[in-house]
Design a protein around this ligand. Structure first.
Ligand SMILES: [Mg+2]
Length: 306
C-alpha cells in the first residue's frame, strides 16, 4: 500500500492522534462490545478519554434500543456513559422526522418498541408494532384499510416483518406525498462464532422494491447521525475521531463528514479489505479506507495511562 492511509496506530503516534482531537465517536457492536460482553479494556478507554477532557459519543445503526436502554447496558458493563451521549438510529430517526422532515401526521412503523418509544418521546404518533395478521384474500390486499393520518413510512429492524406489512407499506407509499425513511442499510447482523442474521437493510430493500421508491436513511454512512451529535454538542469535525469496525458504515461516515478515522479489528472488517479499497483507485471506495487501524481499542490504553 502507498500513501499515508490505513497506518497502524501504535507507539508515540497514539498520543499524537489523541492530542489532535477533542471528540471521539465510537460505534458500539464490534468496537466497545461484542453482543453482551465488553471488549477487554474498552470501559477503561472510554472512562480515561473522558478524564482527559475528551467528549465521547456513541453512534450505532442498531434501531432495537432507545438511548436509555443503551445507557443502561453501558453502565452495567462499566462504561461511564450518559443517555445524551448515545445516538442510535431509533432516536436519530425520530429526530430526522421531527427536525428535517417537520412531519405533521402519523408514521406507519415497521420497527421495534424502542422506535415506538423514541417517536413518541418527540411527539410523533405511529400505528403500533407487532404482528400484522393475514387479512382477507389476495384480491382484498390492495384495498387493505389504511390510516388517513399516516404521512410517513418508517422502516427499522422489525422481527415481525411480514408480507402483510410489506403490502401495507407499499399501499401507503403509492401516495406520492407519503415520506419514506429507513434507519439503516446494514444487510447482515454479525453474531458470535462467525454467525449472522439478516439486518434491516434486507427489510428496507424489500419495501423499496415493492414501492418502486428509494428511502432516505438516517444511519451511518449518512452524515445525519454526525449532524445530530454536532448540533447538540458543538463538535468540530477537524478535531473529531470516528472509531468503528465496519468500513462501509463507520469509516465511510467519518470520511463523509471530514473526520479522522480509526478501524478496530475486533469486529467485521479487515485491513486486507481496506487495502483493496485503497488499491482500487476508485474515489468512492477510498472513503472506506481508514486513516489508522488498531487490533483493539485497548491499544489506546498505554497513551491514556501514561
Ligand atoms: Mg459495529
Amino acid at each position: 500500500m502507498s500513501g499515508t492511509k490505513c497506518t497502524r496506530l501504535n507507539g508515540a503516534l497514539v498520543k499524537q492522534v489523541l492530542d489532535s482531537v477533542d471528540s471521539v465517536l465510537f460505534d458500539c457492536d464490534g468496537v466497545i462490545w461484542r453482543g453482551d460482553q465488553s471488549i477487554p479494556g474498552a470501559p477503561q478507554v472510554i472512562n480515561l478519554l473522558k478524564e482527559h477532557g475528551k467528549k465521547v459519543f456513541f453512534v450505532t445503526n442498531n434501531s432495537s434500543k432507545t438511548r436509555k436502554m443503551y445507557a443502561d447496558k453501558m453502565t452495567s458493563l462499566g462504561f461511564g456513559v450518559r443517555e445524551e451521549e448515545v445516538f442510535g438510529t431509533a432516536y436519530c430517526c425520530a429526530m430526522y422526522l421531527k427536525t428535517v422532515c417537520k412531519l405533521e401526521g402519523k408514521v406507519y412503523l415497521l420497527g421495534s418498541n424502542a422506535m415506538e418509544q423514541e417517536l413518541e418521546a418527540v411527539g410523533i404518533q405511529q400505528t403500533g408494532v407487532g404482528p400484522d395478521h393475514v387479512f382477507g384474500k389476495q384480491n382484498d390486499w390492495a384495498s387493505v384499510p389504511l390510516d388517513p393520518e399516516v404521512k410517513a413510512v418508517v422502516v427499522g429492524f422489525d422481527e415481525h416483518f411480514s408480507y402483510m406489512k410489506l403490502n401495507r407499506a407499499m399501499q401507503y407509499l403509492i401516495q406520492r406525498d407519503c415520506l419514506f425513511v429507513g434507519t439503516n442499510r446494514d444487510t447482515r447482523l454479525p453474531l458470535e462464532g462467525g454467525k449472522a442474521v439478516p439486518g434491516t437493510g434486507c427489510l428496507l430493500q424489500a419495501v423499496e422494491t415493492a414501492a418502486q421508491r428509494q428511502a432516505q436513511t438516517v444511519g451511518k454512512p449518512n452524515h445525519f447521525m454526525f449532524d445530530c451529535v454536532a448540533s447538540q454538542f458543538g463538535v468540530n469535525p477537524d478535531r473529531c475521531l470516528m472509531v468503528g469496525d465496519r468500513l462501509d458504515t463507520d469509516i465511510l461516515l467519518g470520511s463523509n463528514c471530514g473526520l479522522k478515522t480509526l478501524l478496530t479489528l475486533t469486529g467485521v472488517s479487515t485491513v486486507a479489505e481496506a487495502e483493496a479499497h485503497w488499491e482500487s483507485g476508485c474515489s468512492e471506495r477510498k472513503g472506506m479506507v481508514p486513516d489508522y487501524y488498531v487490533e483493539s481499542i485497548a491499544d489506546l490504553l498505554p497513551a491514556l495511562q501514561g
